[in-house]
Design a binder for this molecule. Sequence first.
Ligand code: HGY
Ligand code: MN
Ligand code: MN
Length: 436
Amino acid sequence: MLNTTLNSTSALKVNGQRLMQMMAEIGTIGALPKGGVRRLAFSPEDRQARHQVQSWMEAAGMTVTIDAAANIIGRYEGRFPHAPALATGSHLDTVPNAGIYDGTYGVLAGVEMIHTLHDQGIRLDHSIEVIVFADEERTMIGSKAMAGKANPDPNFYDHPHYEPIEMGLNFIGGDWSQLSSAQRDTDSLAAFVELHVEQGPVLEAVGNPMGLVTGIVGQRRYLISIDGSASHAGTTPMTMRQDALVAASQVILAVNQIGHLTGDGYGQQVATVGAMKLSPNVANTIPGRVEMTLDIRDLSNARLDAMVATLGKDMAAIADQTQTQIQIKPQLRNEPVPVNSHIYNTIAQVCDQLELPAQPLPSRASHDAQIIANITDMGMIFVPSENGISHSETEYTSPEHCIQGANILLHTLVQLDQHYRCPEEAAVVSQKESKV
Ligand code: HGY
Ligand code: MN
Ligand code: MN
């Protein structure tokens, strides 16, 4: 049991002002002129934000360690320190033109939750960990390594636009050569709950309730390369061209078509070409090579398999018709994951106790939580995103919703602390009983 009576915790509230102050301060690291941030994984800004959060973790009464995958682990000891810990967390790295909430909000709400417990002298039975996962936006190497799902071959993570992953990881305190040591046993965590902004329009469309996440979509990311032949734009007849950009444009339309499939449960899947690079990229030369990314998502692996198969057939026909070579290289694969039903019900119950309306919905963004679900029970809490916008400088969530979400996280972990028994406690209780 808590070292204070349970009803005293029901009045517990995070220090909203301190939370929003941390949000504002961290938003100055990598700040962009229009109010967003750029803190690419493994960048100096990423490292600076990580250092800042580590000092806030220490000020909140946590001990801080960094594992070989460069995950920051802030730990607030419980009464039974050898029992599996309860955990929360998210990421600090961002897409190039990001808002200040994606990932960062979940990390800082976790730090604020511990600071509140520490201020009140409250120790739960379980230790609590707040985890900052490394590079969530591109490779998810932090959570994948912790879950034992990282590819041990660093070349798998190679990408023409990024430095080798070994260098990046080492730059922020990891050690690629020891990556496997970051893997956690399935009995080292009792549960993991991630708090995150919704990044979509669902909650706002129904009056901005809190989000009870039911599951997280499957996601597959690829690098598509198209090779034709670069030659003179003036002297090469149209009938003699192997134009990589013409082929790429047909591939982009084929991707868009699988995104619009209907029937057989289709209708919520998404398919995106988000980045493209062509060479030699000059006006008077026919493009010889195009590299582009493919990102597809759905709640069903079977539909994702079918989308990949359909696109493969389309690309073979396009390559034949344009006399180009088209290759597709997997970059990332996340399985669709349901949340743990007990954690889901606990979050719903806490929203009810806090008199906060709540709405079930799937997460159509990926999160570290779906990777950590490989090693422990997982749940997610969403707060609304204004206009459903994210991965944009105009991303916004109100302070009121940020603070409500942090209170839901706090009370969810307090209740899970009672649900997941500590083996050591069982030993203490049985000792007491035997003395009677
Ligand atoms: O792509 C995603 O869903 C996440 O923001 N990394
Ligand atoms: Mn995120
Ligand atoms: Mn993101």
